[in-house]
Design a protein around this ligand. Sequence first.
Ligand SMILES: [Zn+2]
Ligand SMILES: [Zn+2]
Length: 278
Amino acid sequence: MNLNLLGTGGVTPIPKPCCNCELCVKAREKGISEYQTGPSMFVYDDNILFDTPEEVRLQLNRERIEKVENIILTHWHPDHTQGIRVVEQINFNHIKEKAEPNPINLYIAEKQLEMFKKFGCGNMLSYYESKGVIKIIYLNHKQAIEFENVTVTPYFIPKTEGYYFLVEDNKSGKKIVYAPCEYQDLIVYDELKGIDVFIAHCLYFENKKIGSGVNYSDTEDSFEKMLKDSEKMNAKKVVITHIEEAFQLTIEQLNMEAKKYYKDYNIEFAKDGHIIKL
Ligand SMILES: [Zn+2]
Ligand SMILES: [Zn+2]
């Protein structure tokens, strides 16, 4: 299984527009290698794109991705969906003025689609489906989606109504769990125990020696609680994504802090374009 964390930024990418904090100024100076764009992941084995943040078009170009056949929207929030027009850019032929022959399979939970239509730009999905650009398929809790090379199983998070995902290699049996957002009171089911990599949302730190002291405890678990989940999963490695500008730390600094304070865990904070090969 080959994965690419196309974007590892959070709600506020780095650099944040119009921000003159040290982190953003340095990122701008160093250029694109220091940018952390909106959260998304690509699974090469079956051309599966998880989420479409604003920068997804640039991410796909930057990583030379040649084909997107499936898109899984983890939930409707703007930081994960505002680049949805990428389906038109990929799959509508503006010379022939019609969609390419095969629609992109677009997976989303029914309730999430309702909220996407109510609060976001979800009606665009109906438009693109009517044009044959995409085909909407509902995803459901614990209902496995079997692709040729990998199987993806969504898991509902009752507290936030979001989802997290098990991605399993059909041949090797290697497993990753992807929990990029909406992380609060995850239930760790038995089949999620004994995984190779846990790719998790960068949550706020209970350890106030790290970062700027922001506390999101009303809407999400802490980093430390997430590490306990990784223990329950027996995860061999924890890779961190959805990293906020508000923490005011570079990836190098975060990796140093992890070595200092969480040395019992095999943790890596990821940059955009982080590759995982299993
Ligand atoms: Zn800033
Ligand atoms: Zn998010």
